[in-house]
Design a protein around this ligand. Structure first.
Ligand code: TRP
Length: 432
């Protein structure tokens, strides 16, 4: 099976709430534990600067969010977990993408447009109080994603447009400079994407209707008891449809528990009782996580270490890839154009080997210079098809592999890094 790379970011502008947990943290941590996946999760602190100008809050939020993900089971050995601002290649790539993105596209970005509309309704200048960071937000997000050539990006529905834009940026760049970027796809879990808040609207910091993920038990209980309900009396049947309380319960409960709770609604459970049930169910899941969170938050130095180790892993990919990108656009060292590079001693190269199986199908594999198996193809019906796939890999390297991955299921037998290295060596040899 080809490996799928997931990537997602969380803006460090607040304290994680239940909506973040249900919509992002929990499913992402779950997904990171699966086979054949590679996960890149990061703290989007450059994004936070767009709306927060309080340095203490940025730092505090970064700590709280990192501790939350770790408390919720993120394994930093398995996931590349890092802070955006530790990767200088991201803002550098952001600039490259800025230069292939139409300004008109950004004019139509929802978040920016909403701010403009608000100004216009108030009779103000359309761009009053709007910083250029908000305008550039989708490009920075594109850089986050394309920097690591993520295939799948778990996000909320409100981010779909940003993924469309990231695909546009990948295609625009590839069209001009050669295939370097994989056009990413959003992943939206419809069951959990939008958790309602205290007032029944989507749980969101901007509506001030959130329940902090790691509220103390007392606070959690208080907040759950403040969830808006209708005025039906005990004994009166209650509607699960449109009940924020029910939706919140459902996001934590099994299917059987949810059906049982719906029955209690039909039988007229009192709101107070229903709220107690919701509190008990949520606390059952959250209480062990809360304990871990509290221990982590007491030890910021340990979290700092985890993040720096993650940045190191991320930059192992970002630094050489950025080098390739710089080269592709023409940011290159000075060099006489006509002068052929002096051929150095021939060094051993990775090589493709084609062969035919007893099934009659044509396969190939990629071996490292030392003869280790790096990549294994499934069968092609003709040697010509296998040859074309090899050619594509020679020219387009890792990106071709990601594309081909779905079609013929190339099986990686080595890390992405080893593969990139091998492709890079082949490409350089071909250019000489
Ligand atoms: N814009 C995302 C949000 O507000 C956060 C984010 C920043 C992100 N960069 C990203 C999400 C890259 C996914 C991929 O939720």
């Amino acid at each position: 099976m080809a490996i799928t790379r997931f990537l997602t970011g969380i803006t460090t502008s607040g304290t994680p709430h239940l909506g973040n947990y249900v919509g992002s943290i929990r499913p992402s941590v779950q997904a990171s534990l699966g086979d054949n996946v590679e996960s890149f999760y990061f703290l989007a602190d450059y994004h936070a600067l767009i709306k927060v100008d309080d340095p203490v809050r940025i730092q505090r939020s970064t700590l709280e969010i990192a501790a939350s993900w770790l408390a919720c089971g993120l394994d930093p050995e398995k996931v590349v977990f890092y802070r955006q601002s530790d990767i200088p290649e991201i803002p550098e790539l952001c600039w490259m993408l800025t230069c292939v993105t139409g300004k008109g596209i950004l004019n139509r970005a929802h978040a920016y447009k909403a701010s403009v509309d608000k100004n216009q309704q108030a009779g103000n200048d359309p761009d009053a109080d709007i910083n250029a960071g908000l305008f550039m937000y989708p490009v920075l997000m594109g850089a986050d994603i394309l920097m690591f050539n993520a295939h799948k990006v778990p996000v909320g529905r409100d981010q779909v447009q940003h993924l469309e834009m990231a695909r546009d940026m990948a295609n625009a760049f590839n069209h001009r400079y050669g295939n370097l970027f994989f056009p990413p796809q959003e992943v939206i879990d419809d069951n959990v994407a939008t958790l309602p808040g205290l007032d029944g609207r989507k749980m969101s910091k901007s509506y001030d209707n959130t329940i902090p993920l790691f509220a103390s038990e007392d606070q959690l209980k208080k907040l759950i008891f403040s969830i808006l309900t209708d005025s039906k009396e005990p004994g009166q049947a209650k509607d699960t449809q449109g009940s924020a309380l029910f939706e919140i319960f459902k996001a934590f409960a099994s299917e059987a528990e949810t059906i049982a709770f719906a029955n209690e609604y039909a039988q007229g459970i009192a709101w107070g009782q229903a709220k107690q049930k919701v509190f008990d169910r949520l606390n059952l899941e959250l209480s062990p996580l809360r304990q871990r969170y509290e221990a982590l938050i007491q030890n910021p130095e340990a979290i700092e270490k985890v993040l720096l180790a993650g940045a190191l892993k991320a930059r192992k990919l970002a630094t050489p890839f950025m080098q390739q990108i710089r080269h592709a656009v023409g940011l290159r060292a000075m060099q006489a154009v006509t002068q052929k590079k002096v051929k150095t001693e021939k060094i051993a190269l990775p090589s493709f080997k084609q062969y035919r199986e007893s099934t009659g199908l044509f396969h190939f594999k990629l071996l490292s210079a030392q003869g280790d198996l790096l990549l294994q193809s499934e069968g092609f019906s003709s040697p010509k098809e296998a040859g074309l796939a090899i050619k594509n890999l020679q020219i387009n390297g890792s990106v071709a592999m990601m594309e081909l991955g779905d079609l013929v299921r190339l099986e990686a037998q080595a890390s992405q890094e080893q593969l990139s290295e091998a492709f890079e060596a082949l490409k350089q040899a071909a250019e000489e």
